[in-house]
Design a protein around this ligand. Structure first.
Ligand code: AMP
Length: 592
């Protein structure tokens, strides 16, 4: 007979249900009054910051209404406020952008001049981020009941941080969040009950962090109800890690001891609270992992998993087939849409297909505006179904009418709050993990590499690229068609140098992915036979492209085109080593 529920268990169930209800009511409320909430948010931001230098510079001095704000304040990009950001980074403590002290910089994966953009933030923003996180599980629990009865196996990592010349910390938003008390000292909540102890998430050594998180996830395999990581690429890397290290992991589980490669004392202590000798579990894992096919490995090893919680919208959609393979088609759930500038919104229909995901912006997070092509900006509640807009935010932390760089399409409405499908990041052509390479960066990098061909009287006739995610980790591939005038053959080492020069020329997020996170594999150049790019043009024209307007695409995604290129490859070369990368901006490092 099942044990009768204890008093405190009943209370917990009640609290979970009550809490879910309150959260869903909050969402109903703020979406129903979206415009009022937005008005209030903007009024609050302006009122608090009325006397900051940036607003005064633009003629705002004191409280003003929304219409005046929109008339006076310019819509800006990062480069417009970079001088102000540099002043803060260099120690100017006057109220430049925000009346509250800047607590740290969040380093965006978007770059400017090859370096991560620095987003100023204030302490209270952590509360807003926590609030957005707190909406996710009550929403999810409407569709998948019982998630409070088990654990989540999430692979979460911190990245290295740097200090600005004035001593402010500069680090990615998630590193900031995981190191904050909001995460580390979160009260017990069945919805934030993870298999990974905090110490394993906060371990700066990426191997030890991944190993210990995987080990704890395996040890608690039957309790796991959901698995995930932030982005799809991160979760697939974890599966790849398991492919490489399952034998060592099984040995640790069998003996109940942690191998000597895990040296971090706090990680060892935390893992040893979970790890117990379990020969049966070790045998089971060994048997599953040594099967030839890894299809469905997730559901085999973690049999109670209901879904995979990873972002697969935007460029991450390239990983959907791999995730489907490893999970035998478990639902892929994209819960939220966020950035270093601001956390934006949540997916209120999390079990929908990845292609149908839309995010409802939570109107309390910031003041949102939308830039339609060739028109004036409009408010959150005024966007039109089916239209594309670029997101513009005004935040509590001191960004005013800032273009985030994301293009969103209106997919529907939750009450009066619109829901958006993520279309793309403007201008990005290549991405494997959180790296975002645009066409100009790629062009410059290729130009730098091309100089290696000069001594051989050879030059580049045409090129294109693609993100190859069939290997794990994925890597950038460049297809090069050459014009060879010289008679000396070009040695392979020259092409390898070209690969490395391209990598060295790419932005800091790419180089970090290669050199530190190992989330991106070595760049590859594939030399294609003469005439290949003419064939590519013929093919594009046969599909309806105009002959007059045809331009070689600098990145290709369409499988038949990649096939056409691959069919004509004559040789391939990989970058022989990792490009240079160090934490922090180059100019800060040059100062020390
Ligand atoms: P970062 O500033 O490095 O935190 O990166 C934020 C950017 O990541 C956003 O502006 C988007 O381009 C992208 N991003 C974040 N969440 C999602 C999502 N759910 N789907 C697609 N792209 C996303």
């Amino acid at each position: 007979m099942p044990e009768a529920p204890k008093e405190h268990q009943k209370a917990t169930d009640y609290t979970v249900a009550e809490n879910n209800k309150k959260t869903l009511e909050f969402i109903e409320d703020v979406t129903a009054k979206a415009d009022d909430v937005q008005k209030r948010v903007l009024a609050e931001i302006i009122c608090r910051n009325a006397h900051v230098e940036y607003l005064k510079r633009h003629g705002i001095n004191g409280n003003i209404d929304r219409e005046t704000f929109k008339k006076i304040m310019p819509v800006i990009t990062y480069e417009d406020i970079q001088p102000d950001i540099n002043r803060i980074a260099n120690g100017d403590k006057s109220h430049i952008l925000c009346s509250q002290p800047i607590s740290e910089f969040l380093t965006s994966s978007g770059t400017s001049g090859g370096e991560r953009k620095l987003m100023p933030t204030i302490d209270e923003e952590l509360g807003r981020r926590s609030l957005l996180y707190s909406l996710l599980m009550p929403v999810m629990s409407q569709f998948v009941p019982g998630l409070d009865k088990g654990k989540g196996m999430y692979f979460l990592f911190i990245k290295s941080e740097a200090k600005t010349p004035s001593g402010l910390v500069a680090r990615p938003v998630l590193t900031s969040y995981y190191k904050s008390s909001h995460f580390k000292e979160r009260p017990y909540d069945p919805y934030t009950n993870y298999t990974s102890p905090n110490e394993t998430i906060l371990c700066p050594d990426s191997y030890q962090s991944m190993y210990s998180q995987m080990l704890c996830g395996l040890c608690q395999n039957n309790q796991v109800l959901r698995v995930g990581a932030v982005f799809a690429s991160g979760f697939i890397r974890a599966i790849r890690f398991l492919e490489k290290h399952w034998s060592l992991l099984c040995n640790d589980i069998k003996t109940g001891t942690l191998n000597s490669q895990i040296t971090d004392p706090s990680v060892r202590e935390a893992v040893m609270k979970i790890l117990k000798p379990d020969a049966k579990l070790a045998d089971f894992i060994e048997q599953e992992c040594s099967r030839q096919s890894w299809q469905g490995i997730i559901t085999r090893l973690w049999p109670n998993t209901k879904y995979i919680d990873v972002i697969v919208t935007g460029t991450m959609s390239q990983y959907i087939p791999t995730l489907d393979y490893y999970s035998n088609g478990l639902p892929l759930v994209c819960t939220m849409y966020a950035s270093s500038e601001c956390y934006f919104g949540v997916n209120l229909n999390p079990l929908c297909k990845p292609s149908e995901v839309s995010y409802t912006l939570i109107p309390t997070m910031a003041y949102f505006e939308f830039l339609p092509e060739h028109q004036e900006l409009i408010d959150l509640v005024d966007v039109k179904l089916g239209q594309d807009y670029e997101l513009v935010v005004t935040t509590y932390a001191g960004l005013y009418r800032y273009r985030v760089g994301d293009v969103l399409r209106v997919a529907g409405f939750k009450n009066s709050a619109p829901q958006f499908t993520f279309i793309c990041r403007k201008n990005v052509v290549l991405s494997i993990d959180s790296d975002k390479t645009d066409e100009v960066e790629l062009q410059n990098a290729v130009k730098n590499a091309e100089s290696h061909l000069m001594p051989f009287d050879a030059r580049l006739n045409e090129y294109t690229s693609c993100a190859d995610t069939t290997s794990i980790p994925g890597h950038y591939v460049l297809y090069w068609e050459l014009i060879l005038n010289g008679s000396t053959p070009i040695p392979p080492s020259v092409f390898k140098d070209c690969c490395l020069t391209i990598e060295e020329s790419l932005n800091s997020v790419y180089r970090q992915g290669r050199a530190s996170d190992k989330s991106i594999g070595p760049l590859e150049i594939k030399i294609v036979e003469a005439g290949t790019f003419d064939k590519l043009m013929d093919y594009a024209i046969s599909l309806g492209a105009s002959m007059n307007q045809y331009k070689t695409p600098r990145c290709v995604k369409f499988a038949p085109i990649i096939e056409l290129l691959n069919f004509r490859v004559v040789s391939c070369y990989f970058s022989p080593k990792c490009p240079k990368w160090s934490p922090g901006h180059k100019q800060w490092n040059d100062m020390v």
